[in-house]
Design a protein around this ligand. Structure first.
Ligand code: ADP
Ligand code: ZN
Ligand code: ZN
Length: 746
């Protein structure tokens, strides 16, 4: 009997998101397995389209099945376990299987054929070559240049590059080959972003007591190849990364591979160096700045087991390793682990599922774990490992909170409180460095006419425009729309225009005004758009001992600056007053992180937080760096208001250009859901459809329905069906999307 393949078409079109049956032709039997990418004839015209084989069946209710056309590329197949994860994702996030499967493949569109080129490699080791050169047994200066080049670049290099850099020609290379000193061969070009970097090898530290406990506990699972999940709750500098490195060594010993996820923004050279320093060229790196070609190349290196460790952002959780033994998620609380595009997955959920399917260890690490994760740990669903002390015993810096209401009462209208002002002056005088943190870029947050109350808004989004000094323009941070600044009100003609709120540009201006002798750098999205500009700014800050670094949350992470002894938070209020139930948690995390930038070395540090809400518990607990207390207060609120982890939140967003249709559609969906879920037994709250906090983006109106519930399989099925019916219904003008436990409530 001929086998029948279940095939999913590789297409984002929703109506194609089901499983089709195709016969496996005689010529391909044995060649086709689950996860295979195949070409199949589709539709009436039988045009060839790409599909994924997701399973097999012996019988089909359909007659007249077509045959699979061909299986073009064996190399591109998706391993069975990842196909299983795609099935799980499609159900979990209520999205199409095809969208999920596509995540498991390297970027499409770029050529599959990797480029080959000529390579030259030394055939003798370094000392021998140096001996030959020193004893003058090799004379030609070009030949010597080539050998020196090869020695300095780890024994091998691309022919074209060697020719260009040393001035040698192919004759030179041929004579070196004749002497048996080099080999010339064709090979795939290594597009690894690390190939030119010389990274010093590092060796494991002797672990301290806390580290040893963590390593022993987790290694036990690794050695026995047992599934397990751990949360390492450790302050910054407690040695978590060193624990990760030693765990990876254990994983490699049992012949398995390691996946390390870090937030995009921490994928800095320093971070990558720590992994490459330990595991050399066995490391692949995946981040968003790679070109598609580079990404594809990394994907093949992983797939062909040329590397054992991958360090990457969110999507690296799908790395096609054959036998992953550990998945590590550093800074597990970070929001970048949640995809904002469909499928709206969370890398932590995927990692957990993958560990379950592939029987490996999941390690989450954070100084400020997400409330959901910490709650799971306390309730025993995962193992909690506490690492409360810093390796080098540097004390955490004292944090002062300044009441800005009091400053105003006392007649200080400046954006600097007196104590921050004095601390900065003193720091400049002592030649120590200062970091000033403000979580808003641009100059001012909104522009208002004092005569008529007109506020400059984006014409595509319902959001006020931010003034930017550069080009004297008003800019929308959501869609990029910009217009020239105005001196007179476009509405009433009055010239009483005022700028409210401060952004990093304005802060920079104020710093220069108040501290004219200080050297200043600013780091935000506007100053870091070029490749590497991020590193350049931080490099200059360190190397040129710049007095003051101003920045948004970009500066909150990662780097150790031994000379930074003062961190000032200009306005903590900006983080608190966001219409999102996670804003308190986010504020605590950011403040804790920023505070950690001060006093990272021998010098003592100090942190000053300015706010109008001194009593806010996120600020107070961040001041004491007291995660436990923050958690205890936050979890009470979550319980009272029924927010995660006490329930799941399903957000259904309806968008479209026609405001009335968007509204009608949203109201109808809410109505249908309410009706259908009425007798669903468990506690479910379906909130009325309302405009999202940002009610229009890029000319599309946005309405939202929030459902608070314990999400279950049955509920998922119901919701999927309702949404499918609504999508094909009358209101084609609208787009309906769904997000389970969204991290962004705007
Ligand atoms: P975390 O990841 O928790 O912030 P790290 O692993 O980066 O902490 O460790 C902080 C610093 O201490 C790093 O410079 C690291 O090289 C060093 N370190 C870590 N473990 C040890 C150890 N056992 N002995 C000495 N130094 C260590
Ligand atoms: Zn006006
Ligand atoms: Zn806009």
């Amino acid at each position: 009997m001929k086998k029948i393949a279940e095939v999913v078409i590789n297409s984002p079109a929703a109506q194609l998101g089901k499983v089709f049956h195709y016969r496996v032709p005689e010529s391909l039997t044995g060649n086709i397995k689950v996860g295979q990418v195949v070409s199949i004839p589709f539709g009436r015209s039988n045009r060839p389209v790409e599909g994924f084989v997701v399973g097999f069946t012996e019988t089909s209710e359909f007659k007249e099945l077509k045959e699979i056309g061909s299986a073009p590329d064996q190399e591109d197949s998706i391993k069975r376990e990842l196909v299983d994860i795609a099935f799980w994702m499609a159900e979990e996030y209520m999205c199409s299987l095809s969208d999920c499967l596509r995540l498991m493949l390297p970027p499409a569109g770029v050529s599959r054929q990797r480029e080959k080129a000529g390579f030259v490699a030394l055939q003798k080791d370094r000392d021998e070559i140096l001996k030959l050169i020193n004893s003058k047994r090799i004379r030609g200066s070009r030949q010597i240049e080539v050998l020196n080049y090869l020695i300095s670049s780890r024994q091998s290099g691309m022919t074209s590059e060697i020719v260009r850099k040393t001035g040698a020609d192919y004759g030179t290379l041929r004579s070196l080959r004749q002497k048996g000193l080099i080999e010339i061969r064709e090979d795939y070009i290594d597009k690894s972003p690390l190939k030119d970097k010389v990274i010093e090898k590092t060796y494991p530290f002797h672990p301290n007591r806390m580290q040893k406990e963590a390593i022993d506990k987790i290694s036990e699972y690794i050695r026995r190849e047992k599934q397990g999940e751990f949360l390492i709750h450790g302050v910054t500098g407690s040695g978590k990364t060193e624990v990760y490195l030693q765990l990876i060594s254990e994983v490699l010993k049992v012949g398995r591979q390691a996946i390390v996820l870090v937030p995009e923004i921490s994928l800095t050279p320093q971070m990558i160096q720590r992994f490459v320093g330990r595991f050399g060229d066995k490391v692949a790196v995946l981040h968003s700045r790679l070109s598609d070609g580079e990404r594809k190349d990394q994907w093949y290196r992983i797939k062909e087991n040329k590397v054992d460790v991958v360090v990457g952002a969110r999507s690296a959780v799908f790395a096609p390793f054959s036998r992953p033994g550990i998945i590590i998620i550093d800074e597990e609380h970070e929001h970048t682990y949640k995809s904002e595009k469909t499928p709206k997955y969370h890398a932590r959920d995927i990692a957990r599922k993958r560990c379950e399917i592939e029987n490996c260890v999941l390690v989450l690490g954070s100084a400020t774990p997400s409330v959901e994760t910490y709650n799971s740990a306390l309730e025993g669903r995962l193992n909690l490992i506490e690492m409360p002390e810093r390796v080098n015993n540097y004390v955490l810096p004292p944090v002062d909170i300044v009441d800005m209401r009091k400053e105003l009462e006392d007649g200080n209208k400046s954006i600097f409180s007196r104590s921050l002002y004095n601390a900065i002056s003193e720091n400049i005088g002592n030649n120590n460095q200062t970091i000033l943190f403000l979580n808003r870029r641009g100059y001012s947050s909104f522009v208002l006419c004092r005569t008529c109350g007109y506020v400059a808004r984006c014409r595509n989004c319902n959001i006020s425009l931010t003034y930017h000094l550069h080009g004297d323009r008003l800019v929308c941070h959501y869609c990029g729309y910009s217009r020239g600044n105005f001196k007179a009100c476009p509405s009433c003609g009055s010239e009483h225009i005022r700028h409210f709120g401060i952004g990093t540009q304005k802060l920079e201006e104020e710093v220069k005004k108040h501290f004219p002798t200080a050297t200043v750098l600013r780091m935000d999205m506007d100053t870091t758009s070029r490749k590497n500009s991020h590193e350049e700014i931080l490099g200059r800050f360190r190397d040129e001992n710049i007095n003051i670094l101003i920045g948004t949350q970009m500066i909150a992470k990662g780097h150790d600056f031994p000379n930074v002894t003062l961190v000032g938070v200009i306005s903590a209020d900006l983080m608190l007053n966001i219409e999102d139930f996670r804003s308190g948690e986010r504020a605590f995390q950011l403040l804790t992180q920023v505070a950690g930038r001060a006093g990272r070395a021998e010098k003592e540090g100090r942190v000053i937080i300015q706010t109008y809400e001194v009593d806010n518990f996120s600020i107070q607990t961040a001041r004491r760096q007291d995660y436990g207390e923050f958690y205890r207060q936050e979890i009470i609120l979550r319980d009272e208001l029924k927010y995660p982890p006490f329930c799941d939140i399903v957000s259904i967003m309806v968008t479209g250009v026609d405001q009335t249709k968007v509204r009608q559609t949203a109201e109808e969906i809410s109505c249908v859901i309410k009706k259908e879920l009425q007798d669903h037994g468990e506690e479910i709250t379906v909130l009325d459809a309302v405009p999202a906090p940002i009610s229009k983006i890029k000319n599309r109106y946005r309405w939202r329905i929030v459902i608070k519930c314990r999400i279950s399989r049955e509920l998922r099925e119901k919701l999927s069906r309702i949404l499918r019916e609504q999508s094909v219904g009358a209101q084609k003008a609208c787009n309906i999307s769904l997000d389970v436990n969204p991290l962004n409530m705007l």
